[in-house]
Design a protein around this ligand. Structure first.
Ligand SMILES: [Zn+2]
Length: 123
C-alpha cells in the first residue's frame, strides 16, 4: 500500500510533539490505513538526546502497518542528516521531518531514497 496522505490531526500532533520536546528531538513511527497516515506509535527503547534519536527497528511489533517515521529538528532545518538518510533507507516509505517553529509549514516528507515526497493533508 502506497502512502498518499496524512490525517490533519496526526500532522498537528507531530508539530505539537516538536514543540513540547523542544529543545530535544523526538521520533515516532507512523502507522497507516488505506494509504493514509492516521496514527503515531512511540518506539520502545528509543534513546533521545539533543543531537540524536535512534530507532531500534527490532523492537517494532510484527503486524504493524508502518508508513515510516517522523522526527523533529529543533534547529529548524528541514533537510535530512546523513544519519537520517541511513534510517530512511532501512524501512518505511514516508519519513517526516518537522522543524522549529513547528507551524503548519514546518514539515517535509521524504521517501526512502531521501527525495522530497508530496503528501496530501486530509482533514
Ligand atoms: Zn534528523
Amino acid at each position: 500500500m502506497l502512502v498518499r496522505a496524512i490525517d490533519q490531526e496526526v500532522l498537528d500532533l507531530l508539530l505539537e510533539m516538536g514543540r513540547s520536546s523542544f529543545p530535544d528531538e523526538y521520533i515516532v513511527m507512523l502507522g497507516m490505513e488505506k494509504g493514509v497516515i492516521n496514527v503515531t506509535y512511540p518506539i520502545p527503547g528509543t534513546t533521545v538526546s539533543q543531537d540524536s534519536a535512534n530507532i531500534f527497528m527490532d523492537m517494532i511489533p510484527l503486524g504493524m502497518q508502518i508508513a515510516g517515521t517522523a522526527h523533529s529538528h529543533p534547529n529548524g532545518c528541514l533537510s535530512p542528516s546523513d544519519a537520517d538518510l541511513a534510517t530512511f533507507s532501512q524501512s518505511g516509505q514516508c519519513h517526516i521531518i518537522v522543524g522549529a517553529p513547528f507551524d503548519e509549514n514546518s514539515w517535509r516528507c521524504y521517501g526512502r531514497d531521501g527525495k522530497v515526497k508530496t503528501l496530501e493533508v486530509i482533514s
